[in-house]
Design a protein around this ligand. Structure first.
Ligand code: X8Z
Ligand code: ZN
Length: 604
């Protein structure tokens, strides 16, 4: 009798919890919406007033989250019958930084807003050779453009070094304080440190080990690409051959990108068949008069061709597609869910180029996810894990980038479909995807060490470069001091966006691609599969998105791909023919680099 009575009590409790959760959702939609609006206003117009407003609404949201977390915790949710409801409660109870005192919470918001503003408004001035002493260069688009297009060793070095001087260099003290506050919150929430908290989002005890396992599996592929690219760059920069380190590292300013994170911009120097056209269709896009709007429309058309949900009218009205010239904004591309089930936007400073076309798909992939899960409880409006969210748009872009697709949409008029063309294509893809792998891995290796206390402020830069040299095999082109803060020169560090998600996404997107290609009945090799207009492929990815974060990601992954495991196999399959070719080219050549940075580059 007693047991039955308790059972009835528990059920009543669960029923009450269910009702409370409904009220919570309705309220959260309002409070979260106000917070996102204020944050959007700040990000698209960096003024003191907008910063204050954004901090204000973020404090209101924190108070709400704290209060809701307490209420959720008062229920015995681990013993709920309804596992879906229990999971929701677990998430509501996990309040992150909102656990901090009001003072600490506001301080961490302020520090982040300040670091973001420094990053987004920084400009490099005094470029050697400039006549106008007042001429200055923002990162986006000017410095990025120099990194992407210049082959002038000194000009590249200037842009590379100056950017770090005007951004990261100003932040180590703020970052130290900020990391301390994140750790304090993690500790109050029962985690070892903030890295432990971030890793918990993957709901997997062995997550860090899994990442290491995958990195070790892909390392040989990266080493082959690295060795080939290094040899070619030595030819391009033959007049500076003495400045290439003996250690086998690539000088970090030569890879076509401010952070050496993806190397597509040096494609013409490493093209396997140089006499044949490359696969970067930027020039053709410009020739045809592409605009940012047309790029967005083209991207949307790919989503709808799969039977996925089109962007909303509000999306088209309120999205920020180009960099405004009358105010400061955060240019780094992002997608926004306002949590009111109807407001979704992208903010990016689009230029007409192929890599921006890919980024547009990337961001729209986030919005498509928002749309697919918009009717779930707010706590489930999230990716299966953070890597899922980053993978959606990229998966579609894998199809869009194929020669068959570019031809179909009229961007690749004279492609010759022979083994040379195929290798040129795969190389272009490798420069984007394989080059990225160690970069995607190391950022949070570094941050996890900061959070665990293994890396203290005095060692921020030394430890950063230790990883850059070891994992990526790149070296700084000019000496770095312990007082520099080169991690802070990468957006996601001042913005506090975790980064391992992109590493995970680069693995998952090939698993998703393979599953969609199978669903579409593709008979091409994996790298030449285009799922355009396949409703079956659309259903496969749509069903995954509809789940949001309501189930463990392994379950979602299994439903789509048949396996619960993250696997690099599909990526290895995709790049198989290129790997074979690289191994031939590199036969008898030195592969790899020494673990330590070249002597004298890092001044302790
Ligand atoms: O930050 C981004 C997106 C926004 S979620 C533009 N990405 C990473 C980066 O730029 O460093 C996409 C790829 C990696
Ligand atoms: Zn993204």
């Amino acid at each position: 009798m007693v047991a039955l009575g308790l059972f009835a009590l528990a059920l009543a409790n669960e029923e009450e919890a269910r009702q409370w959760a409904e009220e919570y959702n309705a309220e959260a939609q309002v409070v979260w919406y106000d917070n996102v609006v204020a944050s959007w206003n700040y990000n698209t117009n960096l003024t003191d007033y907008n910063q204050d407003e954004s901090l204000k609404y973020s404090a209101i949201k924190a108070a709400f989250d704290r209060e809701s977390g307490l209420t959720a915790s008062s229920y015995d949710y681990e013993n709920f019958e309804d596992q879906l409801l229990a999971r929701q409660f677990r998430k509501i109870a996990d309040i992150g930084e909102a656990v901090l005192s009001e003072e600490d919470f506001n301080r961490q918001s302020e520090l982040r807003a300040e670091m973001q503003r420094i990053y987004s408004t920084a400009e490099a001035c005094n470029k050697p050779g400039d006549d106008d002493p007042d001429k200055c260069y923002p990162l986006d688009p000017d410095l990025e453009q120099i990194m992407a297009t210049s082959t002038d060793w000194d000009e590249l070095k200037w842009a590379w070094e100056s950017w770090r001087d005007v951004s990261g260099r100003l932040m180590p003290d703020m970052y130290e304080e900020y990391a301390g506050l994140l750790n304090k919150a993690a500790d109050m929430n029962g985690y070892d440190d903030n890295g432990d908290y971030w890793r918990s989002w993957y709901e997997m005890e062995t997550f860090a080990e899994e990442c290491e396992r995958i990195w070790q599996q892909l390392r040989p592929l990266y080493e082959q690409l690295h060795a080939y690219v290094l040899r070619k760059l030595k030819e391009v920069h033959a007049d500076h051959i003495d400045e290439f380190p003996f250690t086998g590292h690539i000088p970090a300013h030569l890879l076509g990108n401010m952070w050496s994170q993806s190397w597509g911009n040096i494609e013409e120097f490493v093209r396997p068949a140089p006499e044949k056209p490359g696969l970067d269709v930027t020039e053709e896009m410009i020739r045809q008069g592409y605009t940012p709007l047309k790029m967005f429309e083209l991207s949307e058309e790919f989503f709808t061709s799969l039977g996925l949900i089109p962007m909303t009218e509000k999306f088209w009205d309120d999205t920020m597609m180009v960099k405004p010239d009358d105010r400061d904004v955060v240019c780094h591309a992002s997608a926004w869910d306002f949590y009111n089930q109807e407001d979704f936007r992208i903010k990016q400073c689009t230029e007409v180029s192929m890599s921006w076309l890919i980024t547009t798909h990337h961001e729209m992939g986030h919005v498509e996810y928002f749309l697919q899960y918009k009717d779930l409880p707010v706590q489930y409006r999230d990716g299966g894990n953070p890597g899922f969210h980053e993978a959606i748009g990229d998966v579609l872009a894998l199809s869009v980038s194929t020669p068959e697709h570019l031809e179909e949409i009229g961007l690749l008029p004279d492609f010759e479909d022979d083994p040379d063309g195929d290798l040129n294509f795969l190389m272009n893809q490798a420069l984007a995807k394989i080059a990225f792998i160690p970069f995607g891995y190391l950022i949070d290796q570094w941050r996890w060490n900061v959070f665990s206390g293994e890396t203290q402020k005095e060692d921020y830069n030394t430890d950063w470069w230790e990883m850059r040299c070891r994992y990526q095999g790149v070296a700084p082109p000019v000496g770095r001091l312990a007082t520099d803060f080169d991690a802070g020169a990468k957006y996601h560090v001042p913005a506090n966006t975790p980064y391992i998600r992109y590493f995970i996404s680069h693995i998952l997107q090939f698993q998703f691609h393979k599953a969609m290609c199978d669903a579409a009945g593709n008979t091409n090799p994996l790298h030449r599969c285009d799922v355009y207009r396949s409703e079956e492929a659309g259903t496969a990815i749509g069903d995954l998105m509809k789940l949001g974060s309501s189930v463990h990601w392994e379950e979602a992954l299994e439903a789509m791909t048949g396996t619960t495991e993250m696997s690099a196999e599909p990526l290895v399959e995709y790049f198989g023919p290129l790997l074979e070719w690289l191994e031939e080219q590199n036969a008898g050549e030195t592969i790899g680099w020494s673990n330590e940075c070249p002597e004298g580059t890092i001044v302790p």
